[in-house]
Design a protein around this ligand. Sequence first.
Ligand SMILES: CCCCCCCCCCCCC/C=C/[C@@H](O)[C@H](COP(=O)(O)O)NC(=O)CCCCCCCCCCCCCCC
Length: 211
Amino acid sequence: MADSFSLRNVLENFKSCLSDNKEVYIKYYISGWRELVSFMNSLGSVFSFISKDAVSKIQILENFLMGENGTHYLTVQSMVKYELDNELVDLTKRGSHPESGCRTLLRLHRALRWLQLFLESLRTSTEDSKTSVMCSEAYNASLAQHHPWIIRKAAGVAFCALPGRDAFFEVMNAGSHQEVVTLLGEALPLISEVYQITEDLYAKNKLLDLP
Ligand SMILES: CCCCCCCCCCCCC/C=C/[C@@H](O)[C@H](COP(=O)(O)O)NC(=O)CCCCCCCCCCCCCCC
């Protein structure tokens, strides 16, 4: 539910993501994204084209996880191995597997980089920092490179509708400004670790440019 969002829940999910041997559980990865999407929805309908796309990607992964081959989708590592071994991924151009788990997760993975940059700049921001500026800088340094002009344009319009820094800290629902900053300091290393493990795995398997 939109009004039950708390930054703490996001943190909990990303914490639960990592197994003892540093594999990434898809279940918690997508729960983390669901939390973030519910947060974004509470910010207003200008963001709905973004949340629709995120939800559809979360749903694709959830369907794999719940489906008959679900055991192969327990972790990002097992998914990559299973889909590659069974030639279930379109590697160079879109073909018979336009919605593979690998390419779908890659889209969220790139968005996780945006999140990491955005949260880091929120954490270190000062009273006169603007959320819209922090958000678009994080976007330009990450996701934007993968988006066509029209999406970049629409994203830019949406960013202008972001609440100011004070209100933003408020809706994160994690206590005082100082408490939010502390929590961000705890959350970021976890998010970064999940990001880096996925990035290395995708790089090793040459999956970073999946169509
Ligand atoms: C709170 C501010 C929200 C700003 C969100 C920044 C991300 C902007 C992304 C714009 C994406 C526009 C939608 C369309 C995307 C697709 O074209 C594109 C490519 O997909 P395709 O290869 O299947 O065609 N899709 C993507 O790149 C995946 C985008 C997933 C975006 C997820 C964003 C969730 C944001 C959650 C915000 C939470 C704020 C956190 C503060 C505590």
